[in-house]
Design a binder for this molecule. Structure first.
Ligand SMILES: Cc1ncc(COP(=O)(O)O)c(C=O)c1O
Length: 490
């Protein structure tokens, strides 16, 4: 089969063309039984493809036909031994990776700035996380990757670990020396699991960081939907056999996956793979050129800084993805969130994320000079409007969360007897829930950690800046759920 073929998409089109009379779910029956306004907006073609795993259409849980062929083509395109499609995002694929290597009591080495899905899987599996401190960028106020030395040190102390998880690249597009990390972990016989949520495209262009499969990693959870052109929620899990068994991985992915798998999502993975494999290099090349141009323009605007290759040079910042525009606005005396809101209100521009100091914009093959030019124009206006603040020297102090000590495994804390205490009285207690800012969804607290004053302050600063702090049952954050303390009875 050739990469120009799309067995799944084409198979669905052939099925739809036969126009079968459907006595199966979904009950909207090609849209006929659906709210007419939604039907007319979304269109008949999409509704005709909203099918279910009847036997001519194969089954993601036991693929033997068109889904199997589509996954095999994806494996070839991504340089994997096996590729599994995920309709539960990269979160589902990450949970599968963690749960396929680590069970109750097993150790798994992870950077502390992991996405919440890693920690959820650690709670589900009962594994014990061994945290590695990511490199912190005090200028930008963000965390980067982990260094090979830190991985070596962690493995020397915990050679019985069942896996090393690496984020490559980070949400901000920064990559560590993945190849070196893989070589170190493999010397200990430990598999490397890569959170490649932000790196589907890197496999297809030599100017981008090495992909997980190129670096020899054992598994990679990759968001095709984020930067690879498929529909939101569709991702892949790439597997290299040897230290992990593809059959075991597939069984766990199936345990975590809905039985009602969306064919719209699956077909979009098939066509995205075709586009990446056959035209990816050229499309990504254009996106890199556009991003480089945009970065140069932004760096000519007073008080703004768009990160470029000058950031490289440490082992945790070994490579970067130039299509990510990290724009620091702190010199203007604004938070990233202020800038995000201003761009929305003044220019109808939506950014990828904001934090206390930066906004992140992504350039993909879906952009043209028009959008890039508009962003530059908007940022010029932003700078002009707030330059007086910069001249008055209103600059926020860069504040970063610290990494609290872990007193209990996340699972023990999650299932322990708990109580609710006022937010401000919680310092020193062991937290039983997650607290994070989403996006990017990196936990400030995970269940089992000892609450610190510094991190309570950090949460309050994020809330005051209008950033979305999430996780606790009490979404007003007046209270936090902590492990119950049993005091002596008088
Ligand atoms: C670093 C990282 N890993 C994993 C995920 C989860 O990906 P998905 O949204 O496809 O479940 C995200 C999502 O933002 C992420 O930023």
């Amino acid at each position: 089969m050739s990469q120009l073929e799309t067995p799944l998409f084409t198979g669905l089109l052939e099925h739809i063309k036969k126009n079968p009379v459907q006595f199966h779910i979904p009950g909207h029956k090609k849209g006929a039984g659906m709210d007419p306004e939604f039907r007319s907006f979304i269109g008949e073609n999409a509704l005709a493809m909203d099918l279910i795993n009847i036997s001519p259409l194969d089954d993601l849980h036991h693929p033997r036909g068109m889904i199997k062929r589509a996954q095999e083509l994806a494996a070839e395109a991504f340089g994997a031994d096996y590729t599994f499609f995920s309709v539960q995002g990269t979160s589902g694929a990450i949970m599968t990776m963690v749960m396929s290597v680590a069970g109750p009591g097993d150790k798994i080495i992870v950077p502390r700035n992991v996405h919440k899905s890693v920690m959820s899987a650690i709670v589900f599996s009962g594994a014990t996380p061994i945290f590695i401190h990511p490199e912190i960028d005090k200028e930008l106020g963000i965390s980067h990757g982990i260094t090979p030395q830190a991985v070596e040190k962690a493995l020397r102390q915990h050679p019985d670990a069942k896996g090393v998880l690496v984020i490559n690249p980070t949400y901000f597009g920064i990559a560590g020396d993945l190849k070196k990390i893989v070589d170190i972990a493999h010397a200990y016989g430990v598999p490397v699991l890569v959170d490649e949520a932000h790196g589907v495209h890197i496999h297809f262009h030599e100017r981008l960081p090495l992909s997980a499969m190129q670096a020899g990693a054992d598994m990679a959870a990759t968001s095709v939907h984020k930067l690879g052109g498929s529909l939101t929620q569709s991702s892949i899990l790439n597997v290299r056999e040897g230290l992990v068994s593809a059959k075991h991985v597939q069984a766990i992915l199936s345990m975590l996956t809905t039985t009602s798998t969306s064919y719209l999502l699956l077909a979009s993975l098939d066509v995205a793979r075709k586009q990446l494999a056959t035209k990816g290099r050229e499309l990504i090349d254009n996106a890199i050129r556009l991003a480089d141009w945009t970065r140069r323009q932004i760096n000519e605007i007073p008080y703004l800084y768009c990160v470029g290759e000058e950031i490289l040079g440490t082992e945790a910042v070994y490579d970067y993805d130039p299509t990510k525009l990290i724009i620091s606005v702190k010199e203007l005396g604004l938070t990233g969130h202020d800038a995000e809101q201003w761009l929305r209100e003044a220019f109808n521009i939506e950014v990828e994320l904001s934090d206390l100091y930066n906004i992140l914009c992504i350039i993909t093959p879906g952009d043209s000079e028009r959008e890039a030019g508009l962003l530059v124009e908007a940022l010029r206006r932003l700078s002009a409007q707030f330059s007086h603040q910069a001249e008055e020297g209103v600059k926020p102090k860069v504040l970063l969360p610290d990494i609290p000590a872990l007193a209990l495994t996340p699972r023990d804390a999650f299932y322990a007897e708990t109580e609710v205490v006022p937010f401000r009285e919680s310092a020193g207690r062991i937290i039983a829930e997650f607290v994070m800012v989403y996006p990017p969804g990196i936990p400030i607290f995970i269940p089992g950690e000892i609450i610190t004053e510094e991190n309570l302050n950090y949460i309050e600063t994020n809330l005051a800046a209008g950033l979305p702090v999430q996780g606790p049952e009490d979404d007003t954050l007046q209270t936090l759920r902590v492990i119950k303390e049993h005091k002596p009875i008088w």
